[in-house]
Design a binder for this molecule. Structure first.
Ligand SMILES: [Zn+2]
Length: 331
């Protein structure tokens, strides 16, 4: 990231204006050029072989114009999306860029159904592309330790899922074909959030089911703030705890859980926009997305685009959605 700062800086201007609208107005050549500059920012936008990391590659475009490269060192062919989250299916590059723009700028407060119409993608394609973005950003939370650079953190829990509002039944019927969507039981999202630092969410059956995870992911010596829920009582044995009884006050004697509550208010707002999906196996992804958006709320738009792209393009494949793509070819 630091080494490639110069290129990223140049890119960030374009990234800042990477809206669904600007992407849809791009020609094929423009979309290809921008994708190359983003993907291979560390090599001035020139191709790098995903098989052997050689920069010695040449253009061997398909007769239909589809961009392909051949590595002079290992002699293998690759495309702009080879070895990334977007590999293994064939869509216009514009659609990937639109998905990124959609995820960073547009997804909040606008229905994915309306967007899929705007983009000329099927609803499922827009849905899967957005989930790939969520999967990419969840990479940043792997192995995250809370309290390693902040002395104080907050824990809190809220329940999500488990009921479907009648007006959404039509959409719910469509989604039930997804095996992953068939069990929409109520789950607790538990968040651990450093005061002024990083956020780590998890999904559990209950608050007490999260205790082992909290002990594992919070550095010893961290002061933990929590509300009056008895589930947190056993944490006193391991951490210095500051408890706040919300029946009495929101902040008292230095104890408060405002950071955690700000996180949940974002997740609830997300729930409004995606209520028919924010349950079951997708709940963790939405919880991670809300954490990422909270942690990056002051990050410039262009930089957010760059980070999502770096994460999405650095990933080999998408375990959640590999089979899904094969069953549902983009319409
Ligand atoms: Zn190679």
């Amino acid at each position: 990231m630091v080494i490639a700062m110069a290129q990223h800086f140049l890119l960030s201007r374009q990234a800042k204006t990477l809206t669904v609208g600007t992407v849809l107005r791009m020609s094929d050549a423009e979309a290809e050029g921008l994708f190359k500059r983003i993907r291979w920012a560390d090599n001035n936008g020139e191709p790098v072989c995903p098989h052997c990391a050689s920069t010695n590659a040449y253009d061997c475009r398909r007769p239909n114009g589809a961009p392909r490269y051949r590595c002079k060192d290992c002699n293998k062919d690759f495309s702009i999306t080879s070895g990334t989250l977007f590999a293994s299916h064939k869509m216009p590059l514009r659609s990937y860029l639109a998905a990124i723009a959609l995820f960073i700028n547009e997804v909040k407060g606008k229905s994915m159904l309306a967007l899929s119409r705007d983009l000329g993608l099927s609803y499922k394609t827009a849905f899967v592309l957005c989930h790939k973005m969520r999967e990419a950003i969840s990479e940043e939370m792997k192995g995250r330790q809370i309290g390693d650079d902040r002395p104080e953190a907050e824990i809190d829990a809220a329940y999500f899922g488990g009921h479907v509002r009648p007006k959404n039944l039509a959409e719910e019927r469509i989604d039930r074909r997804l095996k992953q969507n068939q069990s929409g039981k109520r789950k607790a999202v538990v968040v651990i959030r450093e005061k002024g630092g990083e956020t780590l969410p998890g999904v559990f059956k209950s608050e007490s089911a999260a205790l082992a995870w909290i002990k594992r992911r919070v550095e010893k010596g961290t002061v933990l703030h929590a509300d009056e829920s008895p589930a947190w009582n056993t944490l006193h044995a391991r951490f210095e705890m500051k408890r706040i009884d919300h029946q009495v006050a929101y902040s008292l004697d230095g104890a408060c859980t405002n950071w955690a509550e700000s996180y949940f208010s974002r997740l609830r707002r997300g729930e409004m926009g995606h209520h028919h999906h924010i349950a079951g196996p997708y709940l963790l992804r939405y919880a991670q997305e809300a954490a990422w958006r909270e942690d990056n709320r002051r990050t410039a738009n262009g930089e957010q685009v760059q980070r999502v792209v770096d994460l999405a393009l650095g990933k080999r494949s998408s375990p959640d959605f590999v089979g899904y793509w094969q069953r549902h070819v983009a319409k």
